[in-house]
Design a protein around this ligand. Structure first.
Ligand code: ADP
Length: 409
């Protein structure tokens, strides 16, 4: 019995020894390398430890042989290329990546042994990949090791650009189609009364296109930093009064009452009054647009103090107000514009400040608007160092909040 156990143990030791030797003889990864002449020898097998280590990498990794065929890929590469090891092994690189530039890149690396890098957008879910191809020699056989990494920022920018183009064309299509139809009808010489109504409708559609183009221009100016704010110590009350005066005809048309609730005195704020007037006008315009006839809008303003953690210390009468995360500390004026309109569903609320975002297009189809107003307002308020946000209860109304810095802080 003892003999049997001893024999078994020594066999196990031998196996372990052999295994260890195999590990130590793991493929020599030397590089960058001057590659030996292309060889038709098969790529040597990689040890299990090597496979495991490669699978733990957070980047995609491919080993390509001199025939530009896949010898190995780790699990991240499987995920990036949306394939499996069984399907991918031994297949040509071009078939896997479907990008001739990468195939050419690998050819060049094999030719001169220089590491190369490029960014590609394979035709897969619009992602952007950074490709780094490095020459290596595995047990005297030249190979190219490719690292694939997602480039999220570039991908996101590219997506944002595509979304922008899609949104602009979508917003232009409706008024343009309408103008085309009206022109065609006018060409058929309708009776003067109908022609006159059509011309009014055309003027309305052209106004909508002009508004879109103006707001797009405005947004691009602001986003490219070409709008310089003329900051001066300013009294808030007259800025609010001017905005209310401008919006009054619209409010009267819907019999909406606008009330202001301002303290007797308010500290001066450091603002570009034209730009903040524009923000208030936009918020009032929305409040009227999304309110039923005979609704009510209340504009209020209060000084507030914020502690270094961004929590409200004093000032605002309602305890329900929560500042957005990361709000600056110190003293501010908080303005609120509250309406009794249709409200904004909770899931849309965090998105209304995005470019082109409109809550339920069916609901807002006839209310006009480009979905750019709040994006512009956000840029302008944040350009002053303040913040803008909203709360809402669907069917009960919305409240928009904005904070602006005092002139003497
Ligand atoms: P728009 O030009 O469409 O009004 P905005 O950027 O000003 O664009 O607003 C974005 C969307 O937010 C609107 O389309 C609307 O769905 C929603 N919204 C904005 N203000 C209000 C409000 N006071 N009440 C209800 N919904 C609002």
């Amino acid at each position: 019995m003892l003999d049997m156990i001893t024999a078994l143990l020594s066999r196990a030791t031998l196996v372990l020894l052999a295994w260890n030797l195999r590990l130590r003889r793991r493929p020599s990864l030397v590089g960058p390398a001057v590659l030996p002449a292309a060889s038709s020898r098969p790529c040597p097998p990689l040890t299990p430890l090597f496979y495991t280590a490669l699978d733990a990498l957070d980047a995609g990794l491919l080993v390509i042989d001199t025939d530009r065929r896949l010898r190995y890929l780790n699990s991240v590469a499987e995920e990036i290329l949306q394939t499996t090891r069984q399907r991918a092994l031994d297949r040509a690189l071009i078939v896997l990546i479907r990008d001739y530039q990468v195939d050419t890149l690998v050819g060049e690396v094999l030719r001169d042994g220089e590491t190369r890098e490029m960014v590609i957008q394979p035709p897969m879910e619009g992602r952007t990949l950074r490709v780094r191809a490095t020459p290596m020699v595995l047990d005297d056989v030249p190979v190219v090791v490719i690292m694939l990494r997602d480039v999220p920022q570039i991908g996101m920018l590219e997506r944002a650009r595509r979304d922008m183009v899609a949104n602009v064309s979508h917003e232009l299509r409706t008024p343009l189609a309408s103008v085309k139809l009206l022109v065609e009808t006018l060409q058929s010489n309708p009776p003067p009364a109908i022609a006159s109504r059509m011309l009014d409708q055309m003027a309305h559609e052209v106004d909508a296109i002009t508004q879109l183009v103006d707001e797009l221009h405005e947004l691009s100016q602001i986003e490219s930093g070409r709008v310089a704010l003329q900051l001066t110590p300013t009294q808030l009350a007259p800025v609010i009064t001017r905005a209310l005066e401008r919006i009054r005809p619209q409010a009267e048309r819907k019999m909406i009452r606008c009330t202001t609730r301002l303290p007797e005195t308010l500290p001066l704020i450091l603002i570009d009054d034209g730009r903040i007037g524009q923000v208030l006008l936009n918020l009032l315009h929305n409040a009227i647009k999304f309110s039923p006839n005979e609704g009510e809008i209340i504009i209020a303003a209060q000084p507030i103090s914020v502690d270094p953690q961004g929590h409200l210390i004093t000032g605002y009468p309602s305890p329900a107000v929560t500042l957005p995360p990361g709000h600056g500390s110190g003293d501010w004026i908080m303005i609120t514009i509250q309406d009794s309109g249709i409200g904004i569903p909770g899931q849309d609320l965090p998105r209304i400040f995005e470019r082109f975002y409109k809550v339920d297009r069916a609901r807002t189809r006839n209310s006009g608007g480009t979905g750019l107003g709040l994006a512009i307002a956000k840029h302008l308020v944040e350009g002053h160092g303040g913040r803008i946000w909203a709360t809402s209860r669907e069917g009960h109304g919305s409240t928009f909040f904005l904070t602006l810095p005092l002139a003497d802080t």
